[in-house]
Write a protein that binds this ligand. Structure first.
Ligand SMILES: [Zn+2]
Length: 243
């Protein structure tokens, strides 16, 4: 039995504070490769097996509610990688907050279009939660820009006790699956930083901060993309769930 009320209060406070505040310190990504070892590219997997490795749990925002009140179909062109910058909320908490409409954002012309933050997946070390089907738009990147209009969003958890290396590895596996599902190349995998937020300073957010170098795509980001590409190379034809 979870102490629901307390968790919700803490999670909401932390989420609102952290998701609306993107200041961060840049941390070099050294050490993760040593923790994880190379991707076992000789261990082939079908798409459904790769999803099994990230322990996908589909826990969608109910259609017609909060961030899914209006149906917003999406042509997928890219995959955007974020991190939560939330030290207390795990993936389950984020799923709950999204389902309860707790992640509000001021709706305004040129800004947030629906009054809520939404995204597709939240990844942690032991599980991956899905909040939106990949053929619906989220509200996570750049207001009315191509990041929101055409991009699947993956949030990586940063809560205390979460193994960040494993989280990054799971995000790479999920991105590889989504590349396969939507027939995208590695050039379609971008950090939130890639997208321009018109009218916000800085226009390019330092997100996911631990995969950027001094707030920019550098060696750490290239390391992550190599990891995604290596995971992609493991995929062999087989059962292909559309998620
Ligand atoms: Zn972000």
């Amino acid at each position: 039995m979870r102490p629901l009320t307390l968790i919700l209060v803490l999670a909401h406070a932390a989420l609102v504070a952290s998701l609306s505040n993107c200041s961060s310190t840049s941390v070099q990504g050294g050490g993760w490769e040593a923790r994880l070892g190379p991707v076992p590219v000789e261990q082939k997997v079908t798409p459904v097996q790769l999803l099994g490795e990230v322990h996908l749990i589909q826990d969608m925002i109910p259609r017609g509610t909060y961030g899914r009140r209006s149906y917003r179909p999406m042509n997928v062109r890219s995959i955007t990688i974020h991190s939560t910058q939330n030290p207390t909320g795990d993936a389950w908490h984020h799923a709950l907050a999204l389902k309860r409409g707790a992640l509000r954002a001021p709706k305004r012309p040129g800004g947030n279009r629906i009054g809520f933050l939404t995204w597709h997946f939240t990844v942690e070390d032991r599980a991956t939660y899905q909040h939106l089907p990949t053929n619906e738009q989220g509200e996570h990147a750049d207001f009315n820009g191509p990041g929101n209009n055409h991009s699947i969003a993956i949030e990586m958890c940063e809560h205390r006790g979460n193994d960040l290396a494993r989280t990054i590895d799971n995000a790479a596996k999920l991105a590889a699956f989504l590349m396969y599902e939507h027939r995208l190349g590695i050039g379609s995998v971008v950090p939130h930083h890639h997208w321009r937020r018109i009218g916000v300073s800085p226009e390019h957010k330092d997100c996911p901060h631990f995969l950027l170098d001094r707030g920019r795509e550098g060696a750490t980001w290239r390391w992550f993309l190599d990891r995604v590409q290596s995971q992609y190379s493991r995929i062999i034809p087989g059962p292909m769930p559309r998620i």
